[in-house]
Design a protein around this ligand. Structure first.
Ligand code: GAP
Length: 435
């Protein structure tokens, strides 16, 4: 096994052991490519979504939020082109029956596992189908959305009217999407159920290229704020038939995962494709009226489409570090699932009461854990392994002079500070980096 495979295996194992991510339906043997986020994972995920949401809607007063339904009118998927075009080329090995995406075979014509003969490629639609109501027939077929974007497009006029928005403006949404992937894998990287964080920015045609450049930069900087190693981030521009059926230009923000460079987020110029198609298929006029020039036109759309689960995986891989005596997750402190751990040296003599008092104060603003068991060294290691940026240790001196030791995860340095100064001490590191 290569070192990179081993690293991935260690991250998967840490995620399970410490309660970040579990295999779904585990007591029934699991369900292929489905995962559940445990106590620490769900906190981490919430923090990342909160950071994305605030980076979009709070930071930009021209971006409005939306939370649309997963099930939508099936005609939407005809209009969007997903029924016709949202397919991957599927090939089977006639010998070992393994199944592959032809475009992932790098031109190989035989089975990569057994060198057996492959079938001709068939186009396989990735949308999950189900039925609305008791009758399981074609007239009642509905789809689980394969992207959250379409919920935004069909609400573009609602949002524009109710928010009294004028171009340019954006709509942001976080939500589940479903794709019946042929080859899910690499832990949570490619799954069949996942969460997207998408923002669609509506602009006047002609202003799309400049807007695309602006959003590429904003989105790239977002990963810097998460303290992701910038040497492991790059743009990949889509060429020719890599471009989705709706896109004029597309850039992936890629991260160098232990399994190689792979897409984290797409920034796309979707032109007026989606709104024009919805105008055609719904029969509703979706044109924008510009009062100053009396022009009517369909806006262009710049889309930023990030995968929440992929962001989490990137954060975990980037934070993971093995050092001489410890494994440490070097999360950006503001997203750490536990931000402050409070550790009394002993479980008696009033030290736990001091812990409770500090915890009661801090928990109003921060994610706090209390840990009273094991040697202090072991407790530090436990907190390092889940990425807790600050450990506060209470000892006998604390009773006399109202001070504690504060230990930094990354440098392991310790400082003595007054209990009254804890909040102002940790606040700068834990504040959301939004401007
Ligand atoms: N609305 C545009 C769109 O959906 P996409 O490039 O197909 O574009 C956007 O997907 C993002 O969604 C990807 O960059 C990735 O982060 C995430 N994503 C897509 N498919 C995924 C899957 N099967 N598992 C996990 N995340 C996925």
């Amino acid at each position: 096994m290569s070192t990179k495979d081993k690293t991935m295996e260690k991250i998967v194992s840490l995620c399970k052991r410490r309660g970040f991510i579990y295999p779904s339906s585990e007591i029934y043997g699991g369900l292929n490519s489905c995962y559940d986020y445990g106590p620490l994972g769900s906190e981490l995920k919430r923090s990342v979504k909160d950071f994305w949401w605030k980076s979009m809607t709070q930071t930009h007063t021209d971006i409005h939020g939306l939370d649309s339904a997963i099930l939508m009118a099936p005609r939407i998927w005809e209009a969007s082109g997903h029924l016709e075009n949202f397919t991957d080329p599927l090939v089977d090995c006639k010998n070992c029956k393994s199944r592959f995406r032809q475009d992932h075979l790098n031109g190989a014509t035989a089975c990569p596992k057994c060198q057996g003969e492959l079938t001709e490629a068939r186009q396989f639609n990735l949308m999950f189908k189900t039925f609305m109501g008791p009758l399981e027939d074609a007239a009642n077929t509905v789809y689980l959305r394969p992207e959250t974007a379409q919920g935004i497009y069909v609400n573009y006029q609602n949002v524009m009217t109710t928010a009294r928005a004028k171009l340019p403006f954006g709509i942001a949404q976080i939500g589940k999407a479903f794709r019946n992937e042929i080859t899910p894998g690499n832990f949570t990287f490619r799954t069949r159920e996942f969460e997207q964080m998408e923002m669609q920015y509506f602009v006047k045609p002609g202003e799309d290229d400049a807007s695309m450049d602006r959003w590429k930069e904003i989105r790239r900087n977002w990963y810097d704020k998460l303290m992701i190693n910038s040497e492991k981030l790059r743009f990949h521009e889509h060429q020719g038939n890599e471009l989705a059926h709706y896109a004029k230009a597309a850039y992936d923000i890629e991260y160098e995962f232990p399994f190689g460079w792979s897409e984290l987020e797409g920034v796309h110029n979707r032109t007026d494709f989606d709104l024009s198609r919805h105008q055609e298929y719904s029969g509703k006029n979706l044109q924008y009226f510009e009062e100053s020039t009396k022009e009517k036109f369909i806006p262009y759309i710049i889309e930023t489409s990030a995968g929440c689960d992929r962001s989490i995986l990137c954060i975990l891989c980037d934070a993971y570090s093995e050092e001489e005596e410890r494994v440490v997750l070097r999360f950006a402190p503001f997203i750490a699932p536990v931000q402050v751990a409070i550790l009394p040296l002993v479980k008696k003599d009033g030290l736990p009461d001091i812990m409770d008092n500090i915890a009661n104060k801090l928990k109003k603003h921060y994610r706090v854990a209390k840990d009273v068991s094991g040697s202090i060294g072991k407790r530090y290691r436990r907190q390092d392994e889940i990425g807790t940026p600050f450990c506060i240790t209470i000892d006998y001196e604390s009773k006399d002079d109202n001070t504690v030791t504060i230990r930094h995860r990354d440098s392991m340095q310790q400082e003595r500070i007054s209990i009254d100064a804890i909040e102002s001490y940790i606040e700068p590191a834990l504040a959301l980096p939004i401007d």
